[in-house]
Design a protein around this ligand. Structure first.
Ligand code: SF4
Length: 510
């Protein structure tokens, strides 16, 4: 028997690698897999460097590791079962499903496969499926799941009730920092020999170019790679977050500052999604920081909500609804992704800054993803599946089970399977939560006319275009009452301005 480890299952302390210490370990780097999309080079460096470090850590511990560098997983499995024809490999279920394809590949290679539970999450398939059983069919609701998980795990619970008396402290988590706030330093990890080798190999093999018609280009010159590639580094990143940023994470979690790409966010998503650190470790370290009086409850509850709640929720919703989410487009959005999603070349200060950060680091934080990028795409009418492919290619922490529910479900409301309303907003929101609008050539207070902020006309036009679908939504009643206040002349001007913005975006003049 051999333990087969996928590139997002790099856990030394959990799963069959830990439970079967005498069995060899198999890893396969499948290079053509990395050419399916124009991935950001940092994403490729992250995965391949972390795999090679994982191999070396196990070998240093005396473990036999069989490591294959091939074009496809099929090639790797063929080579493996040719060398070890009588072997059976044990694999944790892939996080996002797709085990049938894996079984077929192993079968085609003449091998045998044992599939075991994925131990890198807090909520098992059985537990999630039990939670959904008997629910009425109004979709999956995160708040209900989150409370279920709090009760199941006992995290931030006291005598059956939530610590502090509330399940949710979001009301305290919508502040913006004062002008003289100094952003905490984001950790960066030096490139060792393995990462340097991978970095130059990725630069030679994958040029980061993209060819989504009708555009072309590349990810240009990113900053030096900075993300944790070992468990040791991931634990350092966790400690750094809890010591230096967790206390302010809560209040500023929705804020955006031009001079701080990281704000007080944890920056742990890459480590969690590769398996370098377990979500229970993150949750328990954050709760411990709260119990020692070093971080407020609203910050720590925010972490628990994200890691125990939302992250586990989207993983299971994707597992169950991947076919629906993979094609959903309930608002019939068909616009192509504008070129500036790849180049960053737009006069819109908010979008330009966020996309520039993605080009540099393969990362932007949650609220920039939701309220700048996805908000623009939603109100502009961009094809949600095209936007999903862009997120999947651009972000270092993106895997299908991560981006698809977040982009197609929450971000663009292309499916109502896990969201009850679209996250659409005008410049009011961006101006309230960021410092972008002050330096923008567009006027945040104007909706129509020359140099009016594109978000304003797009927002109202979005409501108008989707009135049949959205007006009956009780959570949209207030915004439609404002739409009702507009006369025909104003609505026509909004439609004209939105059409002109789309045309400018198509020609690269926005
Ligand atoms: Fe973005 Fe509009 Fe503000 Fe400019 S004015 S930064 S485009 S929201």
């Amino acid at each position: 028997m051999t333990v087969w480890v996928l590139g997002d299952q790099l856990a030394t302390e959990h799963g069959p690698v830990a439970e079967r210490p005498d069995e060899p370990v198999l890893l396969i780097e499948a290079h053509s897999f990395a050419e399916r999309l124009p991935y950001h080079p940092h994403k490729l460096v992250l995965v391949f460097s972390a795999m090679r470090h994982f191999r070396d850590v196990l070998r240093e511990r005396g473990r036999e590791v069989r490591y294959y560098r091939t074009e496809t997983f099929g090639d790797g499995l063929n080579a493996y079962f040719e060398a070890y024809p009588d072997d059976e490999v044990t694999l944790m279920r892939p996080a996002g499903g797709g085990i049938d394809r894996v079984r077929a590949l192993v079968g085609d290679a003449g091998g045998r496969l044992e599939v075991v539970a994925n131990d890198l999450f807090c909520c098992s398939r059985e537990s999630f499926d039990e939670w959904t059983a008997g629910k009425d069919s109004d979709g999956y609701r995160h708040e209900h799941f989150y409370r279920y998980m709090r009760r199941e795990t006992g995290y931030l619970m006291e005598d059956g009730d939530p610590v502090g008396g509330e399940w949710n402290y979001d009301e305290d988590n919508r502040e913006t920092p004062p002008d003289d706030w100094t952003p905490p330093t984001a950790p960066a990890f030096d490139l060792d020999e393995i990462t340097r080798d991978v970095d130059s190999w990725v630069a030679n093999r994958f040029d980061g170019s993209y060819d989504e018609a009708p555009y072309g280009g590349s990810w240009a010159d990113p900053e030096p790679f900075r993300w944790p590639v070992t468990r040791q580094q991931a634990l350092e990143a966790l400690a750094d977050f809890c010591e230096h940023r967790l206390a302010e994470f809560g209040p500023y979690q929705d804020a955006m500052r031009r001079e701080s790409w990281a704000m007080s966010h944890s920056l742990l998503s890459t480590s969690l999604n590769l398996g370098l650190v377990h979500p229970r470790e993150v949750i328990e370290r954050a709760i411990d920081t709260y119990e020692r009086g070093e971080a407020p409850l609203n910050s720590v509850e925010g972490v628990v909500r994200q890691v125990l709640g939302w992250r586990e929720f989207v993983r299971h919703v994707y597992r169950r609804e991947r076919d629906e989410l993979g094609t959903a487009n309930q608002l019939n959005a068909t616009e192509l992704l504008p070129t500036f999603f790849w180049t960053g070349e737009t006069d819109m200060a908010c979008l330009a800054d966020v996309i520039d950060g993605v080009r540099r680091r393969g990362y932007s934080h949650h609220i920039e993803r939701l309220m700048i990028l996805s908000n623009f795409a939603t109100t502009f009418g961009i094809d949600p599946q095209a936007l999903n492919r862009w997120f999947h290619a651009a972000y270092v922490d993106a895997f299908h089970w991560v981006t698809t529910p977040n982009v197609v479900g929450m971000g663009t409301f292309a499916s109502d399977v896990l969201s009850t309303k679209p996250y659409a907003a005008s410049s009011n929101y961006v101006d309230r939560m960021s410092d972008y609008c002050g330096d923008c050539p567009y006027y945040k207070t104007k909706t129509t006319g020359e140099n009016a902020c594109p978000f304003n006309a797009l927002y109202w036009d979005f409501l108008g275009r989707n009135e049949d679908r959205l007006r009956s939504n009780h959570r949209m009643g207030l915004v439609y009452s404002h739409w009702d206040d507009k006369d025909d002349q104003e609505r026509d001007a909004i439609r004209d301005r939105a059409a002109s913005i789309r045309q400018q975006a198509r020609t690269g003049d926005l």
